[in-house]
Design a protein around this ligand. Structure first.
Ligand SMILES: Cc1cc2nc3c(=O)[nH]c(=O)nc-3n(C[C@H](O)[C@H](O)[C@H](O)COP(=O)(O)OP(=O)(O)OC[C@H]3O[C@@H](n4cnc5c(N)ncnc54)[C@H](O)[C@@H]3O)c2cc1C
Length: 260
């Protein structure tokens, strides 16, 4: 590619500089029984690639501050930033975001963050490779952003998502994922329910296993890019199985949400 071509391609792919922003809550509504979708209007937001995250900083009246990372469910150049926050009942920050934050409230944000755990449409000179997304619980947030960006780009690359979730009521972006699964080309969507399954589901509830992963995921021989996101123990188990199954370490990108 010529130097001029490299420069021309740069704006879509360059890492947008992270900065502090003041966000206003435009909307906050239930996402699942324990999670909330929070839409923020951030006038100074530079846009973000699909899969990036940001830091939310809360400051108490006495000056005490707490900062937590949240993935961004939206992508692209707009100033509307969508988060989906699951409540950890004994947590410091997530109960506030889920129960107390109201439309019109202001939040301090730092971002966008994370240039590695992102998906962008393949460049013209890039050989397209299938993509396998593997989510545990709220780890679906950045992966949903990637699947939406893939559909919005009209990219024909094979995209699959394997989503491990407690029950059907705990599925984040349920309607949106169903729409992506019905789109052309479709997102191939597979669920693993760990606590209870929908009526007529062919498998009983249980955790993801190596065998289920092998059966549902794009095989290593197809050289997919794999994105894994969720609680730390989930991500570590899945990443280990992927490497054992022959995926190259450089093809497996992971994001750990914490927990032990
Ligand atoms: C890059 C990144 C992106 C993230 N994106 C999201 C997101 O989109 N949505 C979302 O809901 N969360 C997300 N998280 C997790 C989030 O940052 C917080 O860790 C979570 O909201 C808990 O914060 P808290 O203050 O309520 O709990 P804390 O007070 O920090 O922790 C309370 C207890 O829960 C444990 N714990 C902390 N985090 C987790 C976890 N994820 N799972 C299980 N146990 C945990 C702690 O060890 C502690 O025992 C993300 C984390 C990272 C690093």
């Amino acid at each position: 590619m010529s130097e001029a071509g490299t420069l021309a391609a740069a704006p879509a792919r360059q890492h947008r500089a992270a900065a502090w922003h003041i966000a206003k809550v435009a909307d906050s509504r239930p996402e699942t029984t324990t999670a909330r979708r929070i839409e923020l209007e951030v006038p100074t937001w530079p846009g973000n690639d699909a899969g990036s995250h940001l830091d939310v900083r809360l400051t108490a009246p006495d000056g005490y501050q707490a900062t937590r990372s949240y993935s961004i469910a939206s992508a692209g150049p707009g100033t509307r930033v969508v988060l989906a926050v699951d409540e950890l009942p004994d947590g410091e920050v997530s109960p506030f975001l889920v129960h107390d934050l109201r439309a019109g409230d202001q939040l301090e944000l730092h971002g966008p963050l994370g240039a590695f755990f992102v998906w962008t449409p393949p460049a013209d000179d890039e050989t397209p490779r299938p993509v396998q997304l593997i989510a545990g619980g709220s780890g679906v947030v950045p992966l949903y952003a990637m699947a939406s960006a893939h559909a919005a780009a009209g990219d024909a690359t094979e995209f699959r998502m394997l989503y491990s979730v407690r029950t059907p009521d705990d599925v984040f972006f349920s309607d949106e994922l169903a729409a992506l699964a019905a789109a052309d080309p479709p997102l191939q969507l597979d669920f693993i329910y760990t606590r209870s399954v929908p009526e007529g589901w062919p498998r009983s509830a249980g955790r993801l296993t190596r065998d289920l992963l092998d059966a549902a995921a794009v095989p290593a021989a197809s050289r997919p890019r794999v994105y894994v996101c969720g609680p730390t123990p989930f991500v570590e188990a899945v990443a280990g199985w992927l490497i054992d199954a022959g995926h190259r370490p450089g093809d497996v990108r992971t994001e750990r949400f914490g927990g032990s």
